[in-house]
Ligand binder design. Structure first.
Ligand SMILES: Cc1cc2nc3c(=O)[nH]c(=O)nc-3n(C[C@H](O)[C@H](O)[C@H](O)COP(=O)(O)OP(=O)(O)OC[C@H]3O[C@@H](n4cnc5c(N)ncnc54)[C@H](O)[C@@H]3O)c2cc1C
Length: 466
């Protein structure tokens, strides 16, 4: 019996069940993990009910929006482990080159039914819609990469964390629970299906892809995969959760969890992660502060993309007050104006900002507080706010391992006023929140941050093949 909460499960079409199908198919796309995965748990339950094997398939496309070598390498490291862990449980995972929807449909003919996980970005929704429309069997979607299912929280885009917070908290008792991991009754490891890509050779798979952009991987610093995420989290639980609330702005330290990249690729479950935090011995204020980021802030971003499907990545979806005030100040004189190239190469007058850009470019990560400072200065140093927005989003998605995520769109738009309120009016920013170098120096230790980035960037470069 599957114990997946019914609110996580949605039927996407009304096709009749196909009793003669060879297998139940789990089309894996967003939740790229073998544990704590409600779509997988649901699929195991259905396969056992039908006394059928469960086949898992994954479509690896060359031109995933804005993805480059850095992203693919991290993702495939994780997928390789997922394939191994599933095989240990008697379940075969086949990764095949092609668009995710095409690959799912190429296996649909022989499926009794298809289970997919859920993604909120435009292309992820389009793929599921097409599979549901064209598959000759029932297609079911299971929501496993948020704590509270997006439509359970609210039916509209929320204004801010303060408006979504109570709506999320109301449901936490119910949804902070893991589904039971079932045991598959009919193994699929020997199923007569082409094995697909050899994931044990990650570099060889990436080499064969036709990638437009070759941002290098950051293996010496961050590796993909559920086990790696578990180890990184354990270190955070041991050394840094206690004090998280106070230390969040300590940009020079390592007092953050580094979970965003694993969450982005679905290599860890947010429910599992929240439970690990909740069950720790850390003080309540640290647990609460962490869960506020992981659940309220992260799921506010999901709410943003889900309820603004056409505009979530566009300047036009900023609140009216923000667009108006930025337009009024668009022609204000700027003390510094940099080209996109100068920004990308860390060539500004500000050593702290240059370090932040270097951390992003060379390591694929940046501390949250520096992300805010980094983005606010792009607004200040670009010729106009629209150009600033495009630059910030492009750089964010090109370099961050956690880029191209609902969090990317919501947070880059936050720089320009989304989910925020008006502040004291000033040049260039208008009423949009401002951040200063002086404030950074008062609240954090940016000199020590610059030194930290020098060390990290050297380590990242030394592990990058030339
Ligand atoms: C300009 C800007 C751009 C950003 N771009 C991204 C992005 O592309 N991808 C991304 O995942 N996050 C983004 N963030 C949000 C946040 O900075 C990162 O999620 C966080 O720094 C990741 O590090 P961590 O996992 O160590 O965080 P921790 O401090 O350990 O936080 C735990 C988890 O809470 C969530 N979280 C933390 N801060 C935020 C936040 N401000 N909003 C939403 N969720 C949060 C993340 O899932 C994170 O993994 C951006 C923030 C800003 C200001």
């Amino acid at each position: 019996m599957s114990t997946v909460d019914p609110a996580r499960v949605q039927r996407l079409n009304d096709a009749d069940p196909v009793a003669e199908g060879r297998y139940v198919l789990y089309w894996m796309q967003q939740s790229q993990r073998a544990v704590h995965n409600p779509a997988l748990d649901h699929a195991i339950g259905r396969a056992n009910e039908k006394k059928a094997p469960l086949l898992v398939v994954f479509g690896l496309m060359d031109d995933y929006p804005e993805a480059n070598r850095r992203h693919y390498t991290f993702m495939l490291e994780g997928l390789r482990e997922t394939q191994e862990r599933l095989a240990e449980r008697g379940i075969k995972l086949v990764a095949r080159r092609g668009a995710p929807d095409d690959v799912a449909l190429s296996f649909a003919e022989d499926a009794q039914m298809i289970v997919s996980d859920r993604g909120y970005l435009r292309h992820q929704r389009r793929w599921r819609k097409r599979v549901a429309a064209e598959a000759p069997c029932p297609v079911v979607q299971v929501e496993g990469d948020v704590v509270v299912p997006v439509e359970e929280v609210t039916d509209k885009p929320e204004y801010a964390a303060r408006t979504i917070r109570p709506k999320i908290h109301e449901h936490l008792d119910r949804f902070l629970a893991l589904s039971t991991e079932g045991t598959i009754e009919v193994p699929s490891v020997d199923l007569d299906v082409d094995d697909g890509l050899a994931l044990d050779a990650v570099d060889a798979v990436v080499d064969r892809l036709d990638l437009g952009d070759n941002v290098p991987p950051v293996r010496g610093l961050y590796r993909g995969g559920t086990s790696e995420a578990e180890a990184v989290l354990q270190a955070f639980l041991n050394d840094h959760l206690d004090g998280y609330d106070d230390h969040r702005n300590q940009i020079h330290s390592h007092a953050v969890s580094h979970m965003s990249k694993y969450l982005h690729f679905g290599q860890v479950s947010p429910v599992w992660l929240a439970l690990q935090i909740q069950e720790s011995a850390a003080p309540d204020e640290d647990i609460d502060a962490y869960l506020e980021e992981l659940i309220v802030r992260r799921e506010l971003a999901v709410n943003h993309v889900y309820y603004r499907p056409d505009t979530y990545d566009a300047y036009e979806c900023l609140p009216e007050w923000a667009r108006e005030t930025l337009a009024e100040h668009a022609d204000d004189e700027r003390e510094y104006v940099y080209s996109r190239r100068a920004l990308e190469q860390s060539e500004t007058h500000d050593p702290y900002w240059n370090a932040a850009m270097t951390e992003m470019r060379e390591t694929g990560y940046m501390h949250n507080y520096m992300r805010m400072y980094w983005g606010k200065k792009i607004l200040e140093w670009s010729p106009d706010p629209q150009t600033a927005f495009e630059r910030a989003l492009t750089l964010n998605n090109r370099y961050f391992l956690d880029g191209r995520d609902p969090n990317s769109y919501a947070n880059v738009l936050w720089l320009f006023g989304l989910h925020d309120r008006g502040w004291k009016e000033r040049p260039v920013y208008g009423k949009v929140r401002y951040m200063s170098k002086g404030g950074l120096e008062r609240k954090a230790d940016p000199e020590a941050y610059v030194e930290k980035v020098d060390r990290l960037a050297a380590k990242a470069r030394s592990s990058t093949p030339s």
